[in-house]
Design a protein around this ligand. Structure first.
Ligand SMILES: NC(=O)C1=CN([C@@H]2O[C@H](COP(=O)(O)OP(=O)(O)OC[C@H]3O[C@@H](n4cnc5c(N)ncnc54)[C@H](OP(=O)(O)O)[C@@H]3O)[C@@H](O)[C@H]2O)C=CC1
Ligand SMILES: CC(=O)N[C@@H](CCC(=O)OP(=O)(O)O)C(=O)O
Length: 310
């Protein structure tokens, strides 16, 4: 039986990438809205209510509106890629590798909140360490990251690519979120199981897709006796038995001259690295992913596949 899928926002950045990933699949029947009608509420409501799974690729407010359009419909299952429901306990958090139970929670859920791109990297690095007791609950965590500019959707793509616009951005690499109130902070704190909010500093580079997320740590402020090898082993143990999150062997990391933000562009996997200097007790945890792969559209398709396998 084919499953009917409607991508609300299919003509946007995340939606288009989900559509591309589904092309040629015989197990899904894509319900489509013409681009010119993409904001037509009556057509969207009809398509949303006709789907088996609705994937929302919309700004937060429009996502909430779409969920309202489904009120009273107990059949349609929803994957939302926005920030609207990521810390709502009645929604399953769509990071299947979060712990051993999460994939089953997603499989049976009606409502799945797809993670943000930056939190995907940060939580992947932090959650195994909090779960293993290596990272104390009140550790002051910092998260520094760089994203490809597609992370900002159509608006930022236009500002970076069209230099004739009044609001064009000419910088090749810029920091933003300078008020330190980025919308991803609550999500990182809750699903990273952190006792205090992380200090998050995002940036954008002049490349379309790709991302590096860094979490620097001091060994002497972690659990007594914590080592670079112990941190690495905790990640290896946490991600055993799946092939989406790859923990790079320590020996391989030690030999690397650099890490490339674009290494996994076009792929739906994520790489985690542990860099350390035992002499200083400095550790740098690094995640590399495609913001539109495991950071968004790839994760949405992974979640859809889990839901279809229920
Ligand atoms: N880009 C990324 O790397 C990631 C994005 N996300 C999240 O995914 C969601 C979609 O982002 P993204 O694809 O980047 O954004 P885009 O701006 O590229 O696309 C959004 C799409 O939604 C449409 N839209 C906006 N408002 C409405 C509305 N009221 N009714 C119907 N359609 C509407 C837009 O149409 P129009 O062209 O008319 O504006 C556009 O086609 C956002 O919540 C974003 O935060 C999550 C992780 C990563
Ligand atoms: C480069 C850039 O602008 N990135 C976006 C986040 C992209 C993402 O993860 O999307 P959500 O908004 O759905 O969480 C931002 O910082 O707002």
């Amino acid at each position: 039986m084919t499953a009917k899928i409607f991508i609300d926002g299919e003509h946007g950045t995340t939606g288009l990438q989900i559509r591309t990933r589904m092309a040629g699949r015989r197990d899904v029947d894509l319900l489509s809205i013409p681009e010119a009608e993409r904001r037509n509420a009556a057509i969207r409501e009809d398509l949303l209510n006709s789907a088996d799974i609705a994937i929302l690729c919309l700004p937060d407010d429009a996502s909430r509106e779409a969920v309202t359009m489904l009120a009273g419909n107990n059949q349609v299952r929803v994957i939302d890629t926005s920030t609207a429901y990521r810390v709502d306990p009645s929604w399953a958090y769509g990071f299947a590798e979060l712990d051993k139970m999460q994939a089953d929670k997603i499989r049976s859920a009606r409502h799945v909140a797809n993670p943000g791109c930056y939190p995907t990297g940060a939580i992947a690095l932090l959650r195994p360490l909090t779960a293993a007791g290596i990272l104390p609950p009140n550790y002051p965590v910092s998260v520094n990251a760089v994203s490809g500019y597609t992370g900002g959707g159509k608006q930022l793509i236009g500002q970076m690519e069209d230099q004739s616009r009044d609001d064009a951005i000419s910088a090749n690499n810029f920091l933003y979120g300078l008020t330190l109130k980025h919308k991803h902070v609550p999500e990182m704190q809750i699903h990273g199981q952190l006792g205090r909010a992380p200090l998050f500093s995002p940036s954008v580079g002049r490349f379309a897709q790709g991302m590096i997320v860094q979490v620097p740590l001091f060994l002497d402020a972690l659990k007594h006796g914590a080592t670079v090898e112990g941190i690495h082993q905790a990640l290896v143990d946490h991600y055993a038995g799946q092939d989406i999150v790859i923990v790079v062997p320590l020996e391989e990391s030690k030999a690397l001259p650099r890490v490339d933000a674009e290494e996994l562009v076009g792929q739906d996997r994520m790489k985690l690295f542990v860099f350390g200097n035992p002499a200083t007790g400095h550790v740098n945890l690094v995640a590399v992913l495609d913001n539109l792969g495991k950071g968004a559209s790839g994760a949405a398709v992974q979640n859809m596949d889990l839901m279809l396998s229920a």
